[in-house]
Design a protein around this ligand. Structure first.
Ligand SMILES: Nc1ncnc2c1ncn2[C@@H]1O[C@H](COP(=O)(O)OP(=O)(O)OP(=O)(O)O)[C@@H](O)[C@H]1O
Length: 833
């Protein structure tokens, strides 16, 4: 597919949402077919694109930063001839990709599809020689500083397996990556200003929960339990190795760092006294999205073969922001503690083997750091920094996956595809303000969780990791095309972001604690989404409610349920009716269209037939006329010549008659003998007379011979004329036969037309039957819906359970829900302090 670069539009490129079509800013060059100066031409386009990209970043608008990191070759790669110069770093912003021998790209470019050379531009490119510290400095350091100022940030890595994503995010013990470095910057900033109580905790997507002493106790024991996981592992390691030295090189067990130093100056508008006033509380969580299910990486994995990890739900709060429900969020007091959390999570991370990389991670892992900025007992801001290590972006065919692995690969590809679609739609919407394309955030867990950042609640930054291996060139090219689109995304971040992010403080059960200084129970309804409300009620204690209250609650719920069902049913009927109408309309339209098309077809066939018939007739006439002309030309004798000849023949005939007469008069003497004798011995007068006769005879004889010759010639001519006439008549006969054949053909075509007309009639009849069927179905549907309305039979499920909970002393979750609901309705309003 070729790149379409449209320099007239603001976004400069047109593209398909499909990833294969995402070739936006990549500038493809024809190898061996480049016009003179082609490279410079395209470079110009590229620079226009980048210039536009950078200059449109007005206040509040930021182009998504897309950084490229090229990892160095490993020794094995060098020895297996992976280095074929596929990646050429042109400058700090542009890179060339040259298809190597054997790559699919080169093969198809050889067939004239696509190109062998591609050029891409990035916010910044980091070559293989760039170390972790410089990479951190050049990429996310400024974002970490913004984060300390209360702004949200999302950093995600994208690339094929083995491209260096995990190395970039986590790094190793000796060479820590972005996450440990970010943690270090954060802790150096908040050092000495930590809020050491654990009674303020992030809640839902961006609120804060006030914990009572019991809850604080539970938090502490949960934290201890999580850290105990690492202790267990350490113990196992030391037992296994028989010494206290851990020599493992896996990132999961070796990540701990000690020697990071930075310039810790954080640009801030705050005064020194402001800075001193604030305290910070930091909470981290670590989870993964694997096969479209979210798992808490800090949840201990139950032992036993059939024990499955329980997946967490992605919910939305009343502001529409997604969060992972029941995700562990652990308070950390130092970067060391945070790193331990990372280590624990890594241990749990699913990483089964694929053909490409034994330790490849096929899940998206997300490490989130929430920072509360506290002024006394008031939470000023809550900011969130998420680092997401996306799963390898290679496609199923490359990894040769089967069964469960295929499903896994499909899910990875799907969520990355949805991410691609969202990015493309975001870019498209910005490019054309008139269009407001649907952005499919909700189609995958990953994009649901990223949605708020992409929609202005923070700044996102994408790190594209690539290797330079020839064998993964095609996948790498795919990654680059994806990033080319991402680079065009513009994020619009409200300038008053900090105020917007000021969190709400909620109580033990998640209810907002304050409204005009008083607890507001009613606000709870609007604050939590319906789904959330029910979920929260699940956990309420209900068994202590008196039976009467419970029955009331049940009645209430029953009424709500019935009303909801009625509403749903009406909606369903309406939708079905609309669909039926639409289908009918469509059928009618298509029938009309078909009839019209058939009539047009018939007309055009008839016209064609008539034209062909006329053509044949004309051709036959022409042919006959030409043949006749040819014959006339061949046999044409001028009239004068013909009359002359006739006259000569008449003359000769006359002479012949005279000669015969004379011959009769001298019949007693045979001419020849007399002549001879007269010549030899006769007297003079006789001789004279005889010689005159002889001369006359001779002339006559010659004339007779000439006349005979002429007659013969004429006879020959007459015969040849007769022959020609015969031939002419044969030709005419042939022409007549071919005319008859053509007429027969025309007749057959006419018959087939009549057959088609019959078929049309049959189709029409079929359509009428279908119409009848549709109307009968519609009637049936109407009847059904009436019947449904009148039936409205109660379902067991929820009500049965509720009733069961009333009669049974067992504490089920629903019982608890009702109890809590009832207790919340009777709660006294108390002022907040
Ligand atoms: N910049 C770099 N410098 C040196 N080595 C690197 C660099 N980037 C990656 N590596 C090495 O390359 C190998 C693969 O890297 P890594 O595991 O981070 O890839 P990945 O993209 O995360 O793969 P996966 O998708 O399977 O998780 C590792 O051995 C890593 O140490």
């Amino acid at each position: 597919m070729s790149t379409v670069i449209d320099l007239t539009s603001e976004g400069t490129v047109l593209f398909h949402p499909d990833l294969d079509a995402m070739e936006s800013t990549c500038n493809e060059l024809h190898v061996g077919n480049s016009r003179k100066g082609g490279l410079s031409d395209l470079s110009t386009i590229s620079s226009i694109v980048s210039a536009q990209s950078e200059t449109t970043s007005t206040a509040g608008q930021h182009h998504l930063k897309v950084y490229l990191r090229v990892r160095p070759f490993s020794n094995e790669e060098v020895s297996s001839n992976e280095d074929q110069g596929c990646v050429v770093l042109e400058s700090a912003q542009s890179v060339l990709l040259q298809a190597p021998r054997g790559s699919a790209t080169l093969k198809i470019s050889g067939k004239g599809i696509g190109q062998a050379l591609h050029k891409f531009s990035f916010s910044q490119i980091f070559g293989p020689e760039v170390d972790q510290a410089s990479f951190f400095e050049g990429t996310i350091k400024s974002q970490v500083h913004d984060y300390l100022e209360g702004k949200n940030a999302l950093i995600f890595t994208y690339g094929v397996t083995n491209a260096g994503k995990t190395h970039t995010i986590q790094g190793s013990h000796k060479d820590p990556g972005l996450l440990p470095r970010a943690l270090d910057v954060i802790f150096q900033h908040i050092n000495g200003k930590q809020y050491d109580q654990m009674d303020l905790k992030p809640y839902l997507s961006s609120d804060v929960q006030f914990l009572d002493p019991d809850q604080v106790k539970r938090e502490k024991s949960e934290k201890a339990a999580v850290f105990a996981l690492l202790k267990e592992e350490d113990d196992q390691h030391s037992k296994a190795s028989g010494s206290s030295t851990n020599t493992s090189t896996s990132s999961a067990s070796s990540l701990c760092f000690s020697s990071i130093s930075y310039d810790q100056t954080v640009d801030s508008t705050e005064t020194a006294s402001d800075k001193e006033r604030y305290q910070f509380s930091m909470w981290v969580s670590f989870y993964e999205i694997y096969n479209e299910a979210v798992y808490d990486l800090l949840q201990p994995i139950a032992s036993g073969k059939n024990k499955k990890r329980s997946a967490l739900r992605v919910c939305e709060d009343s502001t529409g922001n997604s969060y992972v429900r029941d995700l562990k969020c652990i308070n950390v007091q130092s970067s060391k503690e945070a790193c331990k959390i990372l280590k624990i999570g890594n241990k749990n991370r699913s990483a089964a083997s694929t053909k490409l990389n034994e330790s490849s991670s096929r899940s998206h892992s997300i490490f989130t750091i929430k920072l509360l900025k506290i002024d006394g007992s008031q939470v000023q801001t809550i900011s969130e920094l998420s680092l997401c290590d996306l799963a390898g972006s290679e496609r199923c065919n490359k990894t040769k996956t089967f069964g469960e692995r295929l499903k896994e690969a499909g899910n990875i590809n799907n969520s990355l595809l949805i991410l691609g679609k969202c990015i493309a739609a975001l870019r498209h919407n910005h490019g054309d303000r008139m269009k407001n394309n649907y952005i499919p955030f909700r189609e995958s867990k990953l994009t649901r969780l990223f949605q708020s950042v992409f929609c202005g609640k923070g700044r996102a930054c994408m790190i594209v990791n690539i290797n330079q291996c020839a064998s993964t060139y095609d996948e790498t090219l795919h990654v680059m095309k994806f990033s080319a689109v991402a680079k065009q995304v513009v994020q619009i971040i409200p300038t008053k972001a900090i105020e917007c992010l000021a969190p709400r403080l909620v109580g033990r059960d998640g209810k907002p604690l304050v409204k005009n200084g008083v607890i507001d129970g009613e606000a709870l309804e609007s604050y939590l989404s319906e789904e959330e409300l029910l979920d929260e009620e699940d956990e309420a204690e209900m068994s202590i409610l008196p039976q009467e209250d419970l029955l009331n609650v049940i009645e209430n719920l029953k009424e709500k349920l019935l009303a909801e069902r009625r509403r749903n049913l009406v909606q369903e009927i309406e939708i079905r009716k609309e669909m039926g109408d639409a289908m009918l309309q469509q059928l009618m339209e298509s029938d009309e269209l078909r009839s019209r098309q058939m009539a047009e077809l018939k007309e055009s066939y008839e016209e064609k037939l008539e034209n062909t018939f006329e053509l044949y007739k004309d051709a036959l006439k022409d042919h006959a006329y030409q043949r006749a002309l040819e014959r006339i030309e061949d046999e044409y004798v001028h009239m004068d010549e013909f009359l002359d000849e006739q006259r000569k023949v008449e003359e000769l005939k006359r002479k012949l008659v005279e000669a015969e007469d004379r011959l009769q008069s001298s019949a007693q003497r045979p001419v020849a003998v007399t002549m001879e004798r007269a010549i030899q011995c006769s007297p003079e007068p006789l001789a004279q007379e005889t010689s005159a006769d002889l001369e006359s005879y001779q002339t006559l004889y010659e004339a007779k011979c000439a006349a005979e010759n002429l007659c013969q010639e004429k006879e020959v001519m007459i015969k040849s004329l007769e022959k020609k006439i015969e031939e002419l008549s044969e030709t005419l006969q042939e022409a007549g036969e071919s005319f008859l054949e053509k007429s027969a053909e025309i007749e057959t075509l006419r018959k087939s037309l009549a057959g088609q007309a019959l078929e049309i009639n049959r189709l029409r009849r079929g359509l009428a039957e279908k119409d009848a069927l549709v109307s009968s179905l519609t009637e049936e549907l109407a009847k059904l819906s009436k019947g449904h309305n009148s039936q409205s039979k109660p379902r067991r499920g929820l009500l049965a359970n509720i009733k069961e909970s009333v009669t049974s002393p067992r504490k089920g979750p629903l019982t608890r829900t009702l109890r809590k609901a009832a207790s919340s309705s009777t709660t006294k309003k108390t002022p907040f302090h």
